[in-house]
Design a binder for this molecule. Structure first.
Ligand code: RIB
Ligand code: CA
Length: 342
């Protein structure tokens, strides 16, 4: 499966990238760096650094727009850390950015590979919207689109009703959902109602280290000093541990428990295997003008608006199965990359 990944790397975006790099059935044809969790240039730097840590082949990383379509950029370092990867300090890399913009990467890639590319968006939809403005045929040139975004019959995580990726750039999200009305395949949409059931726990990190043969096997906890940094031998496991610990601390600070919602790697897993999800078709539109509800994804499940469905919304999954796949795939990948060195 050839995938164009559009991310706002971010802690869980990082795990989505690792999940795809670890997948023998996936080929990442390019990575679009979208402003969201942190600024676009920092997102791009995180992407390049993770590729280095994973000793990945040369994969094109393109820089996205500095700001959303119509509003100033809002970032969330309190959620993802000052650099967007929690407590992790990713080594600098000599890898360089593509000369193409993220929107150009989208347009050029689908034009050159009609019907072959699956798009996975785990950040705001700014650059996909810019690509759609440049190439209105994009929905018909793309094999399929998967989006992590929105919340359906479920509270938001940014406002009482809006989810982060949509709320950062509601105009972009509105243009994307409208443009994919009538697409050959409806976008597969993973909203908070599902992704907040994907709860990573310290035990999962421990199992990841064990699977990767990394030593020592650490068990992180809420009483760890903020200065704690993983000393486990495998660099992929070590940086993931430091990144996810920040996310654990963040969720705990909001009384959600010492856990981390793994929104983006779940969307990556569903991209590779849609059978992991139960979906229902609906027509999705994005509220732009509501004083209280701007950025809210509204789903019409029963045709009240008289419009064809433009989304397959995930309404069910098996979180345990997801974590089995995440630990096996990323753990085996980490061991394969660093094997006896670590
Ligand atoms: O609301 C969760 C989403 O917003 C995730 O993609 C997270 O990385 C942030 O981008
Ligand atoms: Ca994200």
């Amino acid at each position: 499966m050839r995938i164009l990944l559009d991310v706002d790397t971010g802690i869980d975006d990082s795990l989505a990238l690792l999940y795809l790099l670890a997948a023998p059935e996936a080929e990442i044809v390019g990575i679009a760096s979208t402003a969201g969790n942190v600024a676009a240039d920092r997102v791009a730097a995180n992407n390049l650094a993770w590729l280095d840590i994973c000793r990945a082949p040369e994969i094109e990383v393109a820089l996205g727009a500095a700001a959303p379509l119509a509003v100033p950029l809002r970032t969330t370092e309190d959620t993802h850390g000052p650099h967007g990867v929690g407590y992790a300090e990713l080594p600098p890399t000599t890898r360089t950015l593509s000369p193409r913009s993220a929107a150009e990467l989208w347009v050029d890639t689908v034009r050159a590979n009609p019907g072959e590319i699956t798009g996975l968006c785990t950040g705001p939809l700014t650059n996909l919207a810019l690509a759609l403005r440049a190439e209105p045929a994009l929905p018909r040139l793309l094999r399929r689109l998967v989006i992590m975004g929105g919340a359906f019959n479920h509270p938001g995580n940014t406002t009482p009703t809006a989810e982060w990726n949509i709320h950062v750039d509601p105009e972009a999200a509105a243009e994307v959902f409208d443009a994919f009305s009538g697409a050959p395949q409806r976008p597969l949409v993973c909203g908070l109602d599902i992704t907040e059931s994907i709860e990573m726990l310290p035990l999962h990190l421990t199992r990841l280290a064990e699977r990767a043969g990394s030593t020592p096997v650490e068990t992180v906890g809420p009483d760890d000093p903020i200065t704690f940094r993983s000393a486990t031998s495998n660099p992929i496991v070590r940086h993931v541990t430091d990144a996810v610990r920040f996310y654990f601390d963040f969720h705990r600070s909001y009384e959600l428990g010492y856990l981390a919602h793994m929104h983006d790697p779940f969307a990556a897993a569903v991209t590779l295997d849609p059978a992991l999800a139960v979906t229902r078709p609906a027509t999705v539109a994005v509220e732009l003008n509501g004083a209280l509800t701007r950025g809210t994804t509204v789903a019409d499940w029963t045709g009240m608006w008289g419009r064809e469905p433009n989304a397959d919304i995930v309404v069910g999954t098996d979180p345990a199965e997801f974590f089995i796949r995440l630990i096996e795939r990323v753990g085996d990948f980490a061991q394969a990359v660093y094997g006896e060195e670590s």
